[in-house]
Design a protein around this ligand. Structure first.
Ligand code: NAG
Ligand code: NAG
Ligand code: NAG
Length: 144
């Protein structure tokens, strides 16, 4: 939702001279270099990574508001074995039930793979990106 402004990008460019990107996790199986104008939603939509997964993989690197991306930043998109790349970009009017039905998966699978969505599905927004895989990728009890 947040865009890199030219001023922020210029500042970020200056900062990258002295601060290198954080190293990617050793078990990262997909990475991406941030482009000017990217937002987390844009990256999620174009790279097939859910909003939840992008945030979870980059905890402590991308802030919760996704306001600190910078051009040229190298980020990880998925961790081996937990990398859902079957995704759907929410359109206005979609519900968890309609998204799950269109993907041919139970709502419970949808909610398990997208733990940022509340159980009554009242906190989703257009352009949010969801994992719609039939396989379970998110295991909150055995991860963080
Ligand atoms: C995203 O997934 C679609 C199919 O759903 C595929 O056509 C496209 O190449 C994928 N993009 C990336 C960057 O993997
Ligand atoms: C998802 O990842 C698998 C395994 O790497 C790959 O075979 C498949 O093509 C990917 N699907 C998309 C839509 O990118
Ligand atoms: C989730 O937990 C189950 C049971 O502990 C395990 O078998 C599975 O591999 C885990 N999946 C992931 C993606 O970590």
């Amino acid at each position: 939702m947040f865009q890199i402004t030219s001023a922020a990008a210029a500042l970020a460019g200056a900062i990258t001279v002295i601060a290198q990107s954080a190293a990617l996790p050793a078990n990262c199986d997909r990475s991406y270099t941030v482009k000017l104008g990217d937002t987390c939603d844009i990256i999620s939509a174009t790279q097939n990574v859910s909003t939840y997964q992008l945030a979870a993989v980059n905890t402590g690197i991308i802030d919760p508001e996704c306001a600190n991306l910078y051009e040229g930043e190298l980020i990880c998109l998925g961790i081996t074995g937990q990398d859902c790349n079957v995704t759907y970009v929410m359109q206005s009017g979609d519900t968890c039930s309609s998204i799950a039905a269109a993907a041919g998966i139970p709502v419970s699978t949808f909610l398990t793979n997208n733990p940022n969505v509340n159980p009554i599905c009242t906190n989703i927004y257009p352009d949010e990106v969801f994992c719609t895989a039939s396989q379970i990728y998110v295991n909150l009890t055995s991860t963080e």
